[in-house]
Design a protein around this ligand. Structure first.
Ligand code: NAP
Length: 392
């Protein structure tokens, strides 16, 4: 199906999970930033709450209201068939996400989500990438703080370096922020599914075509003091380095031999040691079902940091790129990473898929591959900073 054919659908964009924590922030962002001609709708499982949300949206926005539930596959197919782009916040995605990906791949609708779950992304590649390529659907995962600043930041850094030569980029993440019940539930779920994650990664590896004549790697670094950013660097095995590597595999601009390493940057050694111990303890507790249940009861889905707390939060990702005799330091930075900025990145990515003139892509694609330049410009205009800090 061509993209042109999809213009006769009732909606350009449907936001599914609009009544959740990030969903509400995203609906509010769209209400104040989407162009007036955008035909959009909010969707979720409770029509009454959706109507209340719509009535309270700023700027008198009046999106359509659609009922859909992940336990009702027909309702998800209807969503996919009624929209050119479907953006979903309904997670944990490994538990709730697949039916909608399948529906979008079948209907030729563009799909985006906020997952940070590698297992989910790998399984969706194995099961739905081929169908999405046939219908022209773009399946873009990880369109929030996971992994937009890292993927677009690495892309921005690469573009400051010479073409056609081996390149290395190291990313150093620092942030001051807290998380919501939905994110906490997803993280705990992931910690408990290490074995399934490895199995899904292997299955993807068997299906994915090999890169011929070029290399793109994302090895786990080693903990070290990194003088280039004046902080302790701890390897961060999140989904982000996998996404950056996939962008490098897809885009020639990353050169013949690209390596990305991803770190948390922590100024004080005791904080680095304490943080590592805390993540280790959470990981251990997540393996024991009663401990996992106790932990997930501490922060309920739908709850999240207050507006005041979010206003004090910030993030910065510094990149050090080298190649062809040049070295460049860049930074992507902004406000509250998990929610305000995630809602902004998510909404702008959805608007970009719906409205921008983008490279022809289909199937499972990263943000850099599907909309690198257009989304970077959108985010800059929306207040997320991309800058070159130093180069030689
Ligand atoms: N990538 C990132 O950086 C990033 C940042 C933030 C969040 N996230 C992820 O985004 C997701 C959402 O986070 P959140 O904090 O917004 O969580 P949340 O407040 O718990 O929202 C989850 C949404 O899923 C909906 N939902 C649950 N079961 C459903 C069903 N059976 N049918 C239809 N909808 C259903 C909920 O609907 P109700 O409103 O009706 O309960 C709600 O709208 C999580 O997976 C989280 O990990 C990622």
């Amino acid at each position: 199906m061509s993209r042109m054919k999809r213009t006769d659908r009732p909606y350009d964009l449907v936001l599914f999970g609009a009544t959740g924590f990030v969903g509400t922030l995203t609906a509010e962002y769209l209400a104040t930033h989407a162009p007036a001609e955008l035909r959009w709708a909010i969707a979720g499982r409770d029509e009454e709450r959706l109507r209340r949300l719509r009535d309270g949206l700023p700027g008198g926005a009046e999106p359509g209201v659609l009922r859909a539930d992940v336990s009702d596959p027909a309702s998800l197919r209807a969503l996919a068939e009624h929209a050119r782009v479907v953006a979903t916040t309904v997670g944990p995605y490994v538990a709730y996400g697949e039916e909608l990906v399948a529906a979008c791949a079948d209907a030729g609708s563009d799909y985006l989500d906020l997952t940070g779950e590698p297992e989910f992304v790998d399984l969706m590649y194995v099961r739905h990438d081929t169908r999405a390529r046939e219908t022209g659907a773009r399946l873009v995962h990880a369109c929030g703080f996971d992994s937009v600043p890292h993927d677009l930041g690495a892309y921005f850094t690469v573009r400051q370096l010479p073409e056609g030569v081996p390149l290395t980029v190291d990313g150093f993440v620092s942030a001051d922020a807290t998380f919501s019940g939905g994110t906490f539930a997803s993280a705990l779920g992931q910690f408990a599914r290490g074995r399934q994650m490895v199995t899904a990664a292997r299955e993807r590896h068997r299906h994915e075509p090999r890169l011929v004549g070029r290399r793109a790697t994302a090895p786990l670094g080693t903990p070290r003091f990194a003088p280039e950013v004046g902080a302790w660097a701890l390897p961060l095995p999140t989904i982000d380095p996998q996404i950056v590597r996939r962008s490098a595999k897809a885009l020639e601009r990353y050169g013949p031999d690209f390596r990305y390493r991803h770190y948390a940057a922590v100024r004080r050694l005791p904080v680095a040691v304490g943080g590592t111990a805390a993540v280790g303890a959470l990981f251990a507790a997540a393996q024991v079902p009663p401990a996992r249940r106790w932990l997930s009861d501490r922060l309920k889905p739908g709850e999240g940091p207050s507006a005041a707390k979010r206003a004090r939060s910030w993030f910065s990702v510094r990149f050090v790129g080298e190649g062809g005799g040049r070295r460049v330091c860049t930074e992507v930075s902004g406000g509250d990473p998990g929610y305000d900025e995630t809602a902004k990145m998510f909404a702008e990515a959805a608007l970009s898929l719906a409205l921008d003139d983008l490279p022809e892509t289909a199937g499972q694609v990263t943000t850099a591959v599907a909309m690198g330049d257009a989304l970077t410009e959108r985010l800059r205009a929306a207040g997320i900073r991309f800058r070159v800090a130093a180069s030689r």
